[in-house]
Design a protein around this ligand. Structure first.
Ligand code: NAD
Length: 491
């Protein structure tokens, strides 16, 4: 069903040895209403935990803390290691950093797990067979947030993909598929364009898939993959993808399932985890008792499985499924019997605790279900790294030929100018007059012999003396003889 259901049956009554403490944030907008509703349902279903409340979000941002979270809240998160979080409002403008991204990266929550399933015929959807879990890498990619303005016209955002990051998320996806009886893992990247970064993700996927021969593994380029996911989601089972694509396709999948207000997500790290609904703080309906608490309730179910309380998780999930089957829901679920308020819906779920769905597949989390753990990736021995050139990025208002002439005049003996590109396209030598050029140029110098960083510094100094505005450099290396940089388009 919506949440991953462990194929193993519950075999014994669970008695938690000690009561875990979880950190809870009631958030902003509809957050407090849906958190109260979710906690009421979890408690009635037999969940076992103590709560340590923290304040995060709008008030904290507006108090002058740009990260939206206080040092005391960090202490709580690092102590309890389990975070049940309602949505927060990020104030517009003012350069506030995303709290979600900060928490995910600071606590090492590398895997974002989002189940997206249809509840046909009870919730309207064009895709009644859909049952997809999206596993999104959560720490890397363009979300490193390293951005620079480099010239009057051009801005840059760095996309960082690491081998250990790829290994952790791909292995997590396969382990997840194995633990939850899933049959197929699909890798979605754009490695036909980003051959080094997305190429690494795809390569690691191919390396790791052979360790899971019972699970089908396939690749899609992200663009056609997204189109297929929107049109035929029943083709997919588990999808693993880098951060930005995962952000986009998980919203596509939730929308296609017809259940944005019912979407739950888990953010999993090796020592901490965060559970939340996928939607935001919905300020347009805050304080009206009409918000759907389902996403947060189902995130709570995922949290209980994580805490080893799978019996309570199954009980609560099944009560919720029965409520859906009975045609009972909040306005966004378009229930047959008329919309209930947030509190009333929560009570309807509580009333069904102990009941099972008649038609929707029942949840049945294994008694011994435990968080999926991934061993730290084994670091490879460092490669033999040789500098073979340098890309010098410059701001220049003229054309490529005049820039090439001044660069050639400034070049030192160590390097030879071989290429100039503009936005990645070769414009010198032999550029096309049709190519539109900005004021931002990448000038590629090849080493004439053995070079080091001092030679790069000398080249830059010569550029400076010649009045060339060198913005930044990227050293060109080979690693064990393999080229560690892309060629210019047209090179
Ligand atoms: P949103 O998800 O809050 O709302 C989008 C639409 O969906 C609105 O019409 C809203 O009324 C509706 N909606 C959302 N949740 C619902 C629910 N549970 N029940 C019924 N209807 C629901 O997205 P937004 O309006 O783009 O963002 C509002 C704020 O939330 C922004 O400040 C944004 O930064 C923040 N946000 C927070 C999180 C988070 O904390 N995880 C995630 C996304 C957005």
């Amino acid at each position: 069903m919506n949440l991953p259901v462990n194929p193993k049956a519950i075999t014994e009554t669970q008695t938690p040895v000690e009561t875990p403490i979880i950190t809870v944030a009631h958030g902003d907008g509809i957050g407090p209403e849906i958190m109260d509703a979710a906690l009421e349902v979890l408690s009635a279903g037999g969940a076992h935990f103590e709560i340590e409340p923290i304040e995060i979000g709008e008030k904290v941002y507006l108090s002058g803390i740009s990260a939206g979270i206080t040092p005391g809240a960090w202490d709580s998160l690092r102590r309890t290691r389990v975070f049940f979080k309602a949505p927060i409002t990020t104030p517009q403008g003012g350069g506030y950093k995303s709290l979600n991204v900060t928490v995910r990266k600071s606590l090492g929550l590398f895997a974002n797990v989002r189940p997206c399933a249809a509840y046909a015929p009870y919730i309207a959807t064009k895709h009644p067979e859909m049952d997809v879990v999206i596993i999104r890498e959560n720490e890397e990619d363009l979300y490193a947030g390293i951005e620079h303005r480099q010239s009057d016209e051009v801005y840059q955002c760095l996309k960082l993909i690491s081998r250990p990051g790829c290994e952790k998320i791909v292995r997590y996806a396969f382990e997840y598929a194995r633990a939850y009886g899933r049959k197929k893992v699909t890798c979605m990247v754009k490695d036909n364009i980003m051959k080094l970064t997305d190429g690494l993700f795809a390569k690691v996927f191919d390396e790791i898939k052979v360790e899971y021969p019972e699970i089908e593994a396939e690749h899609y380029i992200i663009d056609i993959g997204t189109a297929r996911l929107a049109d035929q989601p029943e083709r997919f089972d588990v999808i693993v993808t880098p951060n930005l694509y995962g952000d986009i396709i998980s919203d596509v999948a939730a929308e296609v399932a017809g259940s944005v207000g019912m979407g739950a997500s888990a953010n999993i790290g090796s020592s901490c985890a965060m559970f939340e609904a996928i939607h935001g703080s919905a300020p347009d309906i805050a304080g009206q008792n009409i918000a759907n608490p389902s996403g947060l309730i189902l995130a709570g179910v995922m949290m209980l499985v994580h805490l080893g309380q799978s019996e309570a998780a199954s009980r609560i999930h099944n009560a919720w499924l029965k409520t859906v089957e009975d045609g009972v829901g909040t306005a966004d679920m378009k229930p047959e019997s008329g919309a209930l308020g947030t509190k009333e819906f929560a009570r309807a779920v509580v009333e069904r605790i102990g009941q099972m769905p008649a038609n929707l597949p029942a949840a049945n989390y294994a008694a011994d279900a435990k968080p999926i753990t991934i061993a730290d990736p084994v670091r490879k021995a460092p490669a033999v790294k040789e500098m073979v050139g340098v890309d010098v990025f410059t701001q220049h208002a003229g054309d490529a030929d005049t820039l090439a002439a001044s660069l050639n005049a400034a070049a030192t003996d160590a390097f030879e100018l071989v290429l100039i590109t503009n936005r990645g396209v070769k414009v010198w030598p032999e550029g096309l007059p049709e190519t539109f050029c900005t004021d931002h140029w990448r000038c590629r110098f090849e080493a004439r012999g053995k070079v080091g960083i001092a030679d790069v510094a000398a080249l830059l100094a010569a550029c400076g003396e010649a009045g060339i505005d060198a913005i930044k450099t990227e050293n060109l290396y080979t690693f064990d003889g393999e080229r560690g940089f892309s060629l210019g388009q047209g090179q």
